[in-house]
Design a protein around this ligand. Sequence first.
Ligand code: NOJ
Length: 741
Amino acid sequence: MKETKLAELMQQMTTEEKIGQLTQIKGDAFFSHQPNTGPKTHDLVLTESQLWQVGSLLNVAGYQKVKQMQDAYLAHSRLSIPLLFMGDVIHGYQTVFPIPLLQGCSWNPELVAKCAYISALESGYAGIQVNFSPMVDLVRDSRWGRVLEATGGEDPYLASLYGASMVEAYHQAGMACCAKHFIAYGAVESGMDYQFVDISRRELFSYYLPPFQSCIQAGVDLVMTAFTTFEGIPCTVHPWLLNALLRQKLDFQGILISDYSSLVETIAHGYSSSSKEAAFYGISSTLDIEMMSDCYLSSLSFLFDSGFVNKKLLDESVWRILSLKNRLGLFENPYGLANEEKEKHFILSAENLKTARLFSSESFVLLENKHHLLPLTSQSKIALIGPYADNQGISGAWSIYNEKNQNTVTIKQAFLERNLDFLYAKGSSVLPEEEINFILSMEGNSPISPSPSSTLQEMQQEAIEVANQSDVIVLALGEHYKQSGEGASRSMIDLPSIQLDLLRLLSSLGKPIVVLLFSGRPLALKEVVPYLDALLWVGFPGTEGGHAIGDVLFGDVNPSGRLTMSFPQTTGQNPLYYNHYSTGRPADQHSPYRYTARFQDIPPKPFYPFGYGLSYAEFEYKALTLSKTTLSLDLEKNDSLTVSITVKNSSSIAGKETIQLYIQDCFASVVRPVKELKHFQKVYFAPDEEKKISFTVTLSDLMFWNQDLAYIVEPGEFKVFVGRNSEDTLEAKFVVSPMSN
Ligand code: NOJ
């Protein structure tokens, strides 16, 4: 529709119809006319006429369902303005890809984009028009359950890169998308979900803002606010964050949407004293859509009529919403990408599953491989043991359109397909029954059926028998998939103790043990690693998890994943991130001097650092050289230098290596991080192949936010580090000089 026509349409809308556009409700509530009475949310009771005026629906999918709803809606809509269908397609629709945290470990933005594209098409054919993705929150505390959603992990450069590639992929597929959660949600105090955030603006600009900036530059359509407060004001109505920073400084012209009932929650925060006040703060902060609460519906008319709020704000919001509907072509075709034929054939297609398998195996991170135990030969007699050995829960949380995981390939299934000589025993449940039941009850779900067929002792005994008959034990362990995700913060991020018991028991048999570790977050593995020989972190790998695990275990794929979140020594080491500021008393790993920045009871370093991961191949790094050692400060020139390094695959196995470049600004007007990732290359090496890898470092890699929030480069000394992870690097120095060179 031409813009002039759209403007004419808007002129015909009543104030009530306009306010309706600003409201989003759950699809099912809409369909059944039932109020929403979920355990955590607020009741949302709409009148019949309000119901037929809402602008968008949340999390409803399936061609038939979407079509039925859209048709019913349009039959009631006076001006035939179509509904917008939004949903959370976080790591796949029916073809479930690895959880985003694991996806990021591929260090492969093209692959991340490809999967975003497939997810968009699968869900688009099923009627979803807007995806609540990418989640670009930076994560530093593995107690927070939502670290599983963070493709970029603890690094702003990776988060920016992945965020933009996902936005581009969604757009290529014809789907609109939403960057979330604005902002610094990942910095919740002590990793506890929904807790407050209070960090400096410089910290915000340096670490948390870049991924949003990058998504906005890539043309993201919506931004979702965070549940949390920032500087004591809820992010959903924060005038400085939303008006000054997002709209003005970042020039975001798209739709700003609240999180689930986060507008009415400003009352519980003790910020708004009523729905009226919440609506006032929301609309004044340019919050366009209120998700799952009714402050706007109940109060906006009053606020306009009494002159508290200028109606211009309403028109601007409605315009942004109608413009998106128009951009998606919904006035011509209200079903968007929805297509029954394609829904049938494209979803879970062989090609999509193939990509999912490839993606999972490219993301797994090999953490230990003592005596080159992996890859296994298919001739070995294997004991496949553990609560995740034959468990479709390996798809992971936050795949709401595939909760039953009935298509997920388990490890046992994959082993059977490979015709391996193996015996299987469960060995233990993921958690003791009462703990699972408590987690289920937190969501209002009924307990699991009581009395497992065998007791824990019987399961352990069976595992021992199976192990005794084998050459090698493959043990699939991990946290419950419901222990990560939203509302799943943990105060202890250890492996569940019944599983550690099983591991200890099996290790006493003296057979080699490969642990496949499932989790939505880094776990504290200090107590686990002494009992195993090889360790592969497989996150939650999605539909094709079982196949992909087989591919890596037996060497069809050489693992190339690298961590994007540091694994801590213990829970108490959190928050933990490689790009922290320098301290005046840096700890020395080799000398345990008391008065330095360290804990007494653990070494002063992560258990596994950012960027870490092993390969079946061996890579040597040598000859780090710089093309020059002085850069001119003249910004107009954007001077650059070339950093080169020679990397050799010194093994007879082909493999991919991720060569990482970090920079440190040694002295500056504000204390700078000890290291920051600026570039990387993921490179394929044939056996014995040697390559010279080069990077260009420019002044823009050296810029930072100073005390006055100006983005600048300062002259002085810099270090450049190149290596296989954030700790194992070669280093060189250069200077930025105010004098022209
Ligand atoms: C709450 C979550 O915080 C957000 O990420 C999600 O998109 C919305 N619910 C909608 O489901």
